[in-house]
Structures are given as C-alpha cells and as structure tokens.
Design a protein around this ligand. Structure first.
Ligand code: GLU
Length: 486
C-alpha cells in the first residue's frame, strides 16, 4: 500500500474546534493504516484573524484527547518550517513562477475601485465578481505600475470554458465550470499569500498524498486543481468531510454551541467518551459497534463509511458515552482512579483524603454523567444543607414530624455508627411506631440532605457522620417548630 501522508492545517484564529479533532481522527487513521505520517501545519497567514494563544490550544486539545501526530506542530520534521508565516519567501518564489508562465497576473485595482465595480454589477442585476480588468493588461502599463511601486495583488488566470473535476473519496465525482470561478487572489498586497496559494504549495512540498478536510472547502478545490496544473504538479487525492450539525440541523458554530475541544474537559467529559462520540459522527463501525477505543478506530476507520450528509452533534449521546466510560473506569481501575481523575480535572482538591472520597464516590458514581456532576451530587456531604420546611411537612403535620425527628435522634444517639446499625435503628423505629414508610423516609432524607433524591439514605448518613447527622436533625426540629408557630 502507498504510504499516505495526511495533514490538518488549522488556522489559529481562536478556539481549538471540535471539528478539527474530528477531522484529525480520520487523517490520522489514513496515515496509520498505510504506515504513513499525519502532519500538523499551522496556516497563520490571515494576520487579521490571528490569535496568538490559539495554536497552543490546538496542541493542548489534541493532547487531551490523546490524538497523536507524527510531524509538524511543535515536533517539526523534514519539511520545515510548518508555520506558513515562516514560509513567505517560498510563496513569493512560486507566485513569480506563475506570473512567468502566464498562469497569474498583477492586478492594481484599488479597494475603492473594486467596491464601485461590485455596486455597478449589483445595480445591473449581475452577480458581483472580479471583472478581469487587469487580466490582459498591456505589459508596458504593468511594468510602469510596478516600477512606480503601486500597490497590487497577484491573481490566478482562471482559464475559460473548462470543466474542472475530481473524484472525491467521500462525495464521488465532483465538477465545476471554470467560467464560474473568479480570478482568485493568490498574493495579497501585504506580500502574504492567500490560503489558496499557500495550501497548494505546502501540500505539494510537504508531499501530502491525501487532503481530507471540511466540506466548506469544496468550492476551493477547483482553484487548487488549477494551481497544481499551473505548477505541473500531480494533485493529491481529495476527500471532503460533511459539516457537523446541531440537532436543529443548523451548522454547529461558536455562537450556538460549545465547539471548543477544551470546553469538554472543563465540563468534565472524559477523552475516551469524546473520541468514541466524535468517531461516530457521520461514520459507522464496520461491525456496527457503538463502543470502541481510539486504537480500534484507527485500525478500522475508512472513508467509504463516511456519510455525505451532515452528522448531528447530539450532546445527549455524548452524555451517554461519558456515563458509560466513568462506570467502565470504576469497574476496571477502582474508585480511586475516578478520585484521581476528579483531582486532575480540578473538581476535587489534591489534598482531599482519598478514603473519604472513595466512600462518597461509591454512593454517587453511578449517577455521574460528567465529572462536574460530582459537586452537585455530593455537596450535602460536606456543606450545611438548606432544608425547605414544606418538604419536611409534605405528608404529615408538624406535631408528627417533630415527634418522628426527636425519636430518630434518640434512637441514633448511642449506636455504634455503621450503616447496618443506622438502618436497624431507623427501620426498628418505623415499625414500632407504624409510621408510613414513604412519608417517614422521605422526610428524613430531606432533613439530612436537603434533597428528595440522593444515594441510599443509610449509607449516606454513615458517611456524613454521627455528630453532623444529629446536628442536622436538631436543625430540622427547629425548622418544624418555626413552621408550626408561624
Ligand atoms: N486553514 C484551513 C482551515 O482553517 C485548512 C483548510 C484545509 O484543510 O485545506 O480550516
């Protein structure tokens, strides 16, 4: 098999996008399966949108997810430099070649002129586009302007009347009419290349064999193919992944969604869950499996199982995976591992006693969807609770509840503090006094935890501790007295 060289080419313009991680997975799989390399190149030529810290976030996001790469990024490699901003002289040199061989030309139209052109076209009911005014300019005039140091761009001379097509590895045969393609700017007036020129030169020089990227670039591909032709280079294979969508079918975006990779870490998702979930966006396992590891994905992934329609980013599904992987971790590695994860993520302090943490985790881990749920599920273990007197008095009057609480206190006062003893005392009291079980247990749960839904009550009381439980019961008695008096 031919060794495949693939790449992601993120632009450091803000957050590290979850879609980048998704595309990285498939790029990595293609490279791995063929014994090739997966490269990270940083496309930082758009200086207006450049965000200095964005690049580090990309590496951090991928590292958190456990997605490795072979070349580029901070690793470097045989095709240095891997930042486009360090390759400006290369683009200059190749742009000059295009001028020399007639595939590109200088354009001196000013922004004002272009704006006027656009307005006139719209007024005439035409589609706004560059009208080719410098395409066949008099060479003497061009020379004069250049000698004069006039501001200019370099544009691609898109040939007329051509059909430009390729066999897309996801979408099949795709064709574009060259007459509908603008004479694309290749070099901006500030001496920076546009994406189109830089991406083609770099993919070629870095010997990329497969360009696997988002669908939003599909209409750029014919321009890129023309550039390959202009340089006399063999183009790579192309594959365009569908756009990820929201449950309402709109495109996922920064405004509507958490699209940043690291936001999922902040919210307490496990990388295994995120990987499993994104792997199944628009792709299905050949054996129909829903649960698998990154390693397994890398072995079996293939582009022929990638669908053309935009997959739905359904957070509910991600939640299911996260709960699943939390429980799997506990089963395979024990509660202490979950405790360590909570500390590593910053949800529990590092000096928190592990034995206490394990006791509490045993009671709540099955209900955790994300690691962040730990706080909400366990706050009543450590913090004073707010009790709503209405809940205490839900199915019984104040006199009865007060009596129930006082007797419970008396029954618990002197026992050796263990789950079995607590259970025995409370069940004994309930039977002896013929309390209605549902009322009595719920009332007690509310008095001790402030909540109507908690882990098993006796275990919970055992963990909270003798003195604290009795103090909470006392407080509840006062609350009931207050509610009764008012
Ligand atoms: N720099 C482009 C981006 O940010 C990469 C497009 C491509 O992969 O060709 O998405």
């Amino acid at each position: 098999m031919q060794e495949k060289r693939t790449r992601i080419a993120p632009s450091p313009t803000g957050i590290a996008h979850i879609g980048t991680a998704w595309q990285a997975l498939f790029n990595l799989a293609l490279a791995r399966q063929s014994g090739g390399q997966f490269v990270i190149r940083i496309e930082d030529t758009d200086r207006k949108r450049f965000v200095p810290e964005a690049e580090a976030l990309i590496y951090e996001g991928l590292a958190w997810l456990g997605i490795p790469y072979d070349e580029g990024g901070v690793k470097g490699g045989p095709f240095e430099p891997y930042h486009q901003s360090d390759r400006l002289d290369i683009y200059q040199e190749y742009a000059q070649k295009l001028i020399d061989n007639g595939w590109a030309y200088y354009c001196f139209a000013t922004p004002e002129e272009l704006e006027q052109m656009r307005k006139d076209q719209i007024a005439r009911g035409e589609l706004p586009r560059y009208d080719g005014r410098w395409r066949d300019a008099d060479p003497a005039e061009v020379k004069k302007r250049l000698d004069n140091g006039d501001k200019h761009v370099i544009r691609l001379k898109v040939p007329k009347g051509r059909v430009i097509g390729w066999h897309d590895l996801i979408r099949g045969d795709v064709e574009f009419q060259s007459d509908l393609i603008d004479d694309q700017i290749l070099m901006k007036s500030d001496g920076f290349p546009t994406y189109h020129l830089a991406v083609v030169i770099d993919d070629h020089l870095m010997q990329i064999t497969h360009v696997l990227r988002g669908e939003e670039w599909i209409s750029s591909t014919p321009k890129h193919l023309l550039l390959y032709e202009a340089f006399g280079w063999e183009p790579p294979e192309f594959a365009h992944m569908p756009l990820i969508r929201n449950t309402d079918k709109s495109k996922i975006s920064k405004r509507k969604n958490d699209v940043s990779i690291l936001s999922y870490r902040e919210k307490g998702y496990l990388p295994e869950a995120v990987i499993n979930f994104i792997a199944l966006l628009g792709w299905s396992h050949p054996e129909g499996k829903e649960v698998f590891s990154l390693e397994e994905f890398l072995q079996v992934a293939s582009l022929d199982r990638v669908q053309k329609t935009g997959p739905i980013f359904d957070v509910e599904r991600l939640n299911w995976y996260n709960g699943y992987y939390i429980r799997k971790m506990v089963e395979e590695k024990g509660l202490a591992e979950l405790g360590r994860k909570l500390m590593a993520y910053g949800f529990v302090d590092f000096d928190f006693p592990m034995d206490v943490l394990e006791e509490v985790l045993a009671l709540v881990y099955e209900r955790m969807v994300t690691l962040a749920d730990f706080a909400e599920l366990t706050d009543f273990f450590w913090h004073e609770v707010e009790v709503d007197p209405k809940l205490l008095l839900k199915k019984a009057d104040a006199t009865l509840v007060k009596m129930q609480l006082s007797l419970t206190k008396a029954f618990l006062e002197t026992i050796a503090w263990k789950t079995e003893n607590i259970e025995q005392a409370i069940r004994g009291l309930c039977e002896q006094k013929e309390y209605k079980k549902s009322q009595y247990f719920m009332m007690l749960r509310v008095a001790i935890t402030g909540k109507t839904a908690t882990p098993p009550l006796f275990e919970t009381m055992a963990v909270i501790g003798h003195d604290e439980v009795l103090a909470r019961i006392n407080k509840a008695i006062k609350l009931v007295e207050g509610a009764d008096a008012s």
